[in-house]
Design a protein. Structure first.
Length: 407
């Protein structure tokens, strides 16, 4: 049993667990959101419940809510509703079983809104950080058509596939970055601690040093003197660049264009963006969302500013009566295969099915490219590290070799 105290929207509320006896002497238990224990007791007293125990629930400090958490919640909610579990009870079960306290608090807040008569889509729209317009539109379409369970299942599948692609792209890009960071740290340690020891030994020789050795020693001296500037500059530069990429539209547009033009990685990014674009449009069109309204939501879902701008232009053309295939051709960013499958879908009346097939194809292409890139990047990175560290080692041992030849 759960209640909500009216008129406390501006008061900080807590969840109280209580136990008591109803008018028939039967023991009842439940939870109530309120600003304090007095409010809980007053509310339950009006309901004819004599409270014997009341305790404020301790809320754990939860982690940040990630898109993966929302995808898991959507799948769980879809499964429970398909099994016939009532909506409020489904929220209660999912919230209690979630290991992330932040997700639990979010679901409790949404559940409370639904209890007061708010629709599910309207409750989701109060939290745009976690539920974007695409998510809310699909839920609203499901509520209107009376097929909420089916739409939630389709939405969960869409989110799972989208998160899988993002994870694969991140793994493909992060592997070389992580190795290069470790390599930089190793080289820095060599420059700051190892090379100065060799320098003292070479000074005692009193002989002229080879040019490669002098170059490495000069770099070591620079590292020793300015290490704080090098590390501070790199860390600060990366931080401010990432913040600018996140907050500035101009930087986002520049980086999105650059990512599409990168050798090797550009093709991977492009295919992943097309997979998300076609999957999103397929999901929304299958849910009965009108094409123009669907196009209005999927631009941001593609994850790339170039495709977002192109989608806005496609939406404007489609709204004037131009076919989707023609509008996509004018955008000049979609492969011929996608255009052909879209044309077939429009002619046959199975646009959602054909776009889903295109998404399946490009998702499999992303899988193959990630596997191939992992195999390709390993020897390249090993070769680069071998050249850098091997060059440093050889440069420092050249004077020793020359000394051996003199002796």
């Amino acid at each position: 049993m759960a209640t909500r105290v009216a008129g406390t929207k501006n008061i900080k509320e807590f969840v109280f667990e209580w136990e008591g006896k109803d008018r028939h002497g039967k023991i009842v238990r439940g939870e109530t959101r309120a600003g304090g224990e007095n409010q809980v007791q007053a509310t339950l007293r009006r309901q004819g419940v004599l409270v014997t125990k009341i305790k404020k629930r301790r809320m754990r400090a939860g982690k940040k809510i990630k898109p993966k958490d929302i995808a898991i919640f959507t799948r769980q909610l879809a499964t429970m509703m398909k099994a016939g579990v009532p909506l409020l009870q489904s929220f209660d079960i999912v919230g209690r079983g979630n290991p992330n306290a932040s997700v639990t608090r979010l679901l409790n807040d949404i559940r409370t809104d639904i209890e007061t008569g708010t629709s599910l889509s309207a409750a989701f729209r109060k939290y745009p950080i976690h539920f974007n317009s695409l998510y809310c539109n699909l839920v609203e379409a499901g509520e209107a058509a009376g097929i909420l369970e089916s739409l939630l299942d389709r939405l969960a599948t869409y989110m799972e596939k989208t998160e899988a692609i993002k994870s694969k792209i991140k793994s493909a890009l992060m592997y070389p970055v992580a190795v290069l960071i470790v390599a930089f740290v190793v080289v820095s340690v060599i420059m700051i601690f190892v090379i100065p020891a060799f320098k003292e030994v070479f000074t005692s020789f009193g002989a002229d040093l080879p040019a490669p050795t002098l170059f490495v020693i000069a770099m070591s001296e620079f590292f020793v003197q300015w290490w704080w500037l090098i590390f501070g500059g790199l860390i600060g530069g990366v931080y401010f660049f990432l913040q600018a990429w996140k907050r500035s539209e101009k930087v986002q547009m520049f980086m999105d264009r650059l990512m599409l033009k990168l050798p090797i990685f550009g093709d991977l990014v492009e295919k992943s963006v097309i997979a998300r674009w076609t999957r999103t449009l397929s999901t929304m069109f299958a849910a009965g969302v009108p094409l123009v309204e669907a196009l209005d939501s999927i631009g941001g879902a593609s994850g790339n500013s170039v495709y977002k701008m192109a989608t806005d232009q496609i939406r404007k053309e489609v709204s004037t009566g131009i076919s989707l295939t023609t509008a996509m051709t004018h955008a000049n960013i979609f492969p011929s295969m996608v255009l052909q499958m879209t044309a077939i879908g429009e002619e046959s009346g199975a646009l959602d099915h054909m776009l889903g097939k295109a998404a399946d194809f490009y998702e499999s292409e992303v899988d193959e490219m990630v596997t191939g890139l992992s195999s390709l990047m390993e020897p390249i990175i090993i070769a680069i590290l071998g050249i850098v560290i091997g060059g440093i080692v050889i440069s420092m041992y050249l004077p020793i070799f020359k000394l051996g030849q003199v002796v």
